[in-house]
Design a protein around this ligand. Sequence first.
Ligand code: PHE
Length: 337
Amino acid sequence: MDALDKCLEEFKKEAQTITTLDELNRLKGRYVGRKGILNDSLKQMKSFSPEKRRETGQKINHLKSIMEKEISQLHNMLETSSGKHKAVDLTLPGNTTPPGSFHPITLALNRIIEIFLSLGFRVEEGPEIETEYYNFEALNFPAEHPARDAQDSFFLPYKLLLRTHTSPVQIRTMEKYPPPLKVVVPGRCYRRDPMDATHSMVFHQVEGLVVAEGISMGHLKGTIELFSRRLFGPARNVRFRPSFFPFTEPSAEVDISCGVCGGKGCRSCGYSGWLEIMGAGLVHPNVFRAAGYDPEEVRGFAFGMGVERIAMLKYGIPDIRLFFENDVCFLNQFRGL
Ligand code: PHE
């Protein structure tokens, strides 16, 4: 037993002097190799009593595992420092954390807002959880009015709901400030629509509201035409189609000429040459009344556009679901925009 302890001590001493893999291999052979000291000791046990043989055997195995562990550690150390596997290659590029970038919805939203700010609009915001009053009633959708069906909603207790459009902020803004007004309202909206390539239950709108004396359809058309050409380029035409919203009269649906075919008709525009970008119209007198404005004194126009729609047209994105899937391959394409 003493001899074995001494053997371990010597092994440790020698191990400290090892500087190359060759030396290490020799050390390994001498102690734990087939013809090494430990195996020799095992052979010598033949003459021992069974009791002693067991005890010595255990001791030898114990030493062997200590030595093997030490040898493998030394091996790793020598291998990395000898250049076989360099621990650090200073010529490799470092690990970088790429900076974040804007989501395409944010990019489109910022661009839209920027254009209206340059035209003298201010930004207003309102809550995403709305009352039925602001979302419908005050906007001239009476209870039971069939127009409510077009905006299937997520209802909450206490006559609350997730707003289906940003139009309730028209009322909130008029309640807060006297005329004249020129505001845009960006924000998230919710509708109970089944998901498909052009519908999402969560989406964004930018509402616009201008109120002053003598506002006409001409102001609306001029503003929207200017906006559309700034956003999509000077080659685009804009057209107004008669439509219906309870809170505007007259109401219009605004289309821009298709950027793919230039208005001739192709697959992207459903062969019509036009793409719908927003709803608009002159503010209905009942809306002014609900908000405490006098419809005899002021006129106004309002519009509301879907930001996803605009971003899809501007960046050529074929499916609205791409915005919400957080696929880095998709999002990376907007880096630096
Ligand atoms: N709020 C309407 C919608 O979501 C859009 C709109 C806004 C229409 C303002 C006219 C005036 O469909």
